[in-house]
Design a protein around this ligand. Structure first.
Ligand SMILES: C[S@@+](CC[C@H](N)C(=O)[O-])C[C@H]1O[C@@H](n2cnc3c(N)ncnc32)[C@H](O)[C@@H]1O
Length: 217
């Protein structure tokens, strides 16, 4: 597709930068507060965590869940996640989320800082995949950057999809997909797709809780 090269570059960024990934979590108090907010979210039952990264959220999910299946495409970040979370109820899988279909249903589908990496043209399919991954009564819970975060990114113009430039310590540069969703627009878009959704802002981020239109048997 028109965005394949950008998605490959995004993957390369996370593979090459795995060792640097956790730095903002150590440096920014807002991110620590956001992590703590998970404890008040309706995480329950069997949880699917999309794009789990180095597993910053995984132990907090595991503490509330019956089981966690945490997936990511990067073997490098998954190695760090496995080292961080050794609970027997947590399973890590290496999958490309633009190819993979969940083989079963879950009570909660959780994703932090992943939605902003999904190209807009792929969003309807993405939300459909999330809907079909949810068991009856299940919820999608998602956290991401709002528009204010754009001030801290090098936005790159004239790309096939909204993109930003990220740099690693060795000077290498990578384009990533970065869509700064506005809470109201995202609410309207999801509502138009038939979801029931509540999105609240927290510092420059947002937290969404959504139930799919119908849950087929
Ligand atoms: C911004 S990080 C979020 C990580 C974690 N959820 C967090 O909040 O700390 C985005 C993650 O998406 C993963 N990723 C990128 N492309 C992917 C793909 N096609 N399929 C699955 N994961 C992908 C990266 O490896 C990275 O771990």
């Amino acid at each position: 597709m028109h965005d394949d090269a950008l998605l490959a570059e995004q993957m390369a960024y996370y593979n090459s930068g795995a060792a640097e990934y956790d730095r903002p979590y150590a440096e920014y108090e807002d991110l620590q507060k956001l992590l703590a907010a998970v404890d008040d979210l309706p995480i329950a039952g069997d949880v699917l965590e999309l794009a789990c990264g180095t597993g910053q959220w995984t132990p907090r999910l595991a503490a509330r869940a019956h089981s966690v299946t945490a997936v990511d495409a990067s073997p490098e970040v998954l190695a760090l996640a496995r080292a961080r979370t050794a609970a027997p109820t947590v399973q890590f899988l290496e999958v490309d989320l633009f190819e993979w279909q969940p083989p079963r249903r879950y009570d909660t589908v959780f994703f932090a800082f992943w939605l902003s990496h999904v190209p807009p043209t792929r969003l309807p399919d993405f939300w459909n995949t999330v809907a079909t991954a949810l068991a009856p009564g299940g919820k999608a819970i998602f956290i991401d950057d709002g528009p204010a975060a754009a001030a801290h990114e090098e936005v790159v113009a004239d790309q096939p999809v909204p993109a930003a430039l990220r740099r690693l310590d060795d000077g290498s540069q990578y384009r990533i997909v970065k869509v700064f969703h506005d809470a109201q627009t995202l609410t309207d878009d999801l509502t138009a797709l038939g979801w029931s959704v509540r999105i609240r802002s927290m510092a420059g981020n947002f937290i969404g809780i959504a139930e799919p239109p119908t849950t087929p048997d």
